[in-house]
Ligand binder design. Structure first.
Ligand code: SAH
Ligand code: SF4
Ligand code: F3S
Length: 447
């Protein structure tokens, strides 16, 4: 039996793509392995978003070259594939920098992987096309993916934020047709999925062709999916503030399956920096938007992404970011030091912020965000919330799941409860998980 090892870096889209590559290799007779040393094919599904992420790949490729040599001595072939956004951004250059690499394939052409593997027997191959054919039409049907599954509904980005490589690595924004998504959703539900997370680089810009010929928005798609039997929960990520329309906000109010959680990156709280980043909205527009979302769903948990140390960022700009965070209050967040990326407009700026200043600002921001996260988690203690149980917990007799607010929850229960939503009374908040007990047959409180 041929074996494939697939490792993903970066965002949820890469995680989704990795499952699709596994499906594809499965059709070719490969089984997936978690042990890289026994793999006949090794796929690194890479991320280009920050320098650190991209550089990690090269150290991994160095180790793989050694492994490949050892396997060759034992008479075993190893094909090394670099997929994902570094593949797209660097293409053929990778072959020069990493001699052990056999195949370089971009995020829009990985459906051609079987053919590329055949060609790789005689030559090193690179495919970073944005092909006209639909990648998804060439992938095998989805296989079982667990209680909670990703579903790509939209790919690519036309926003061109000044710091970001995604429009270059993933290409222009494309929405998949509704009928295709419903078919994929059906397979996932039949395979045991109870929660679907609709993903896209700009998921709330979704505008797919509906079965009725009309253009469907994300709000309409969510409402429709919410009505399908077997689907208990819906989430979506990642959204841009400018695409957060009334219809989508209303879906949070009207559809109980649409979870009260919103990841809405703002990046900065300074109007000057937001303009320089080409985000096309100011800090107050974000505050007003949050007010509208909260009016529709008062208990919604908010999450965001932040970049500190964008070129030209002053202490006053940074203070404006801290003010925005204090005003809004986030349940969770990701924050990063600005990393100049080749080919992006911001990388040309002369007024770089010193590394030590970036570090200090990041520490200050993260301290505030962490306090808010802990505060949010502690506020759940004593409440009864619905938990979707997803997998065995850390210890025998425990099962792990998620609250509506995407908090990890551990309870004492049998594994036969996996795949169900149960009311749980939260008794304690740890640093990364909540702990609770089954609240019996009593109806769950508000959430
Ligand atoms: N499509 C999503 C996410 C893009 S990447 C969106 O539009 O929000 C995820 C996050 O990485 C971004 O939100 C941003 O905070 C961060 N990021 C992107 N480029 C970066 C860079 N050059 N340096 C540091 N952080 C970056
Ligand atoms: Fe990148 Fe901006 Fe597009 Fe998000 S919206 S993927 S940050 S260019
Ligand atoms: Fe990284 Fe590409 Fe996702 S750059 S964040 S893997 S879209």
């Amino acid at each position: 039996m041929k074996k494939a090892f697939i490792k993903s870096y970066g965002c949820q889209m890469n995680v989704y793509d990795a499952t699709r590559m596994a499906d594809l290799l499965g059709r070719e007779g490969f089984v997936e392995t978690g042990a890289v040393e026994e793999a006949d094919v090794v796929v690194l599904n890479t991320c280009h978003i920050r320098e650190k992420a991209a550089e990690k790949v090269y150290s991994e490729l160095g180790r793989l070259r050694v492994l490949k040599g050892e396997r060759a001595e034992a008479g075993l072939d190893t094909t090394v594939v670099v997929a994902g956004c570094v593949a797209q951004a660097e293409g053929r250059e990778i072959l020069g920098r990493a001699p052990g690499v056999d195949v370089v394939v971009g995020p829009q052409s990985y459906h051609r992987l079987p053919d590329l593997l055949r060609r790789a027997r005689t030559e090193r191959v690179v495919d970073t096309d944005f092909p006209v054919e639909e990648k998804f039409d060439h992938l095998p049907p989805r296989r079982a993916a667990g209680t909670s599954a990703f579903l790509t509904v939209q790919e690519g980005c036309d926003k061109f934020c000044a710091f970001c490589v995604v429009p270059y690595t993933r290409g222009a924004e494309v929405s998949r047709p509704v009928a295709k998504l419903l078919a994929e959703a059906d397979r996932l539900v039949a395979g045991g999925a109870r929660e679907l997370t609709l993903i896209g680089q700009n998921v709330n810009a979704y505008h797919g062709e509906g079965p009725d010929g009309a253009v469907w928005s994300l709000g309409r798609l969510l409402r429709h999916l919410a009505g399908l039997p077997g689907i208990l929960r819906l989430r979506y990520t990642t959204s841009h503030p400018n695409d957060m329309d009334d219809d989508l906000i209303a879906a949070h109010r009207d559809s109980p399956a649409v979870m009260p959680y919103l990841h809405l990156p703002v990046q900065s709280g300074s109007d000057r920096i937001l303009a320089a980043m080409n985000r096309r909205h100011d800090a107050d527009a974000y505050r007003r938007l949050i007010d509208r979302v909260r009016a529709a769903r008062p208990d919604i948990a908010l999450s965001s992404d932040f970049i500190v140390g964008f070129p030209g960022e002053t202490d006053a700009d940074h203070a404006a970011t801290l003010r925005l965070v204090a005003d809004v209050g986030f349940a969770s967040a990701f924050s990063f030091k600005y990393s100049p990326r080749p080919g992006t407009p911001a990388a040309e700026s002369a007024d770089a912020v010193p590394e030590s200043v970036k570090s200090a600002r990041l520490a200050e921001l993260q301290e505030l965000l962490e306090r808010q996260r802990q505060g949010f988690n502690h506020a759940t203690v004593g409440r009864t919330v619905d938990v979707l149980l997803e997998k065995p917990g850390r210890h025998p007799g425990q099962v792990a799941g998620k609250s509506p607010y995407l908090q990890a929850v551990q309870i004492e229960a049998g594994t036969d409860t996996i795949g169900t939503v149960v009311p749980v009374r939260i008794t304690r908040a740890g640093s990364n998980s909540l702990f609770g007990e089954l609240a019996g047959a009593a109806p769950a409180a508000a959430a």
